[in-house]
Design a protein around this ligand. Sequence first.
Ligand code: ZN
Length: 275
Amino acid sequence: MKGRKIKVIYILGNSRSGSTILSIYLGMHPDISYLGEIKKMNDSYLNRYCSCGKKAEVCEFWGPIIQRNRGVFSRKEPSDAAWYRLISTWKAIFKISNSKIISDDGRLISDIHNVLSDTKQGEQIILDSSKSLKRYVNLSQISDIEVYPILIERDLRSNLASFVKRGMGFISSYLRIVVNLKMITRYLSRHNIPYFRVRYEVFATNPDKMRTQVLNFVGLGDDVHYEQTIDAFHLLSGSPNTIEGFKKSQTIKIHNEQKDPFTKIQQRLLKLMGL
Ligand SMILES: [Zn+2]
């Protein structure tokens, strides 16, 4: 690094709000390396595949990184329970997260950056689409790293529909989306942190324009060849099926509001809430 900070573009927001397609779009810039959700680096890597088609352990990009960062890759996969997420987010906000976890994460980012600098031209900004506020707060405490937060927001009704379609509870999904967004925006404004806000619907209508604005925010120009395709990315996912999903989401569906999945009662509730 030699005095220069490693730049990380960090996507904040809710799941199913369009962050993957935004990240793929940004990741086509030759100076940006999209690596998926880096927060998911833990002992689940053994069962995971990379988007290059290989198992994580033998992928030419991730394999050596996993070898060198055993501290990170032997961690237990965190619980997805709501109470766990809330407590660990509060711990991060009050800066009482485990400091070993933060320093291991810092070493991982700097190792990844070294590998990227050795193999690619240009500055190489790391794009992490983890979305969680906890990880953002932890990353922003690492002195070698400069984090550029991008907040993605999707129309609440569509975001909710996307959760419910996957069998998640209506009320719990609503609370999760609203509370999470509130915590993120309050944290950023309370600490006067500059961030860029992306409305998914605006992005989907004119992705090139939005990309230019995001690039400006992180100090990059858009007068480049967007030659990187998803085949050049190394994204770790659960199964080979997800990789097909990544490839499909390369095309932006603008009219993607399919029939909404809400029941009659839920629709009345939405109406009452003005959604
Ligand atoms: Zn790979």
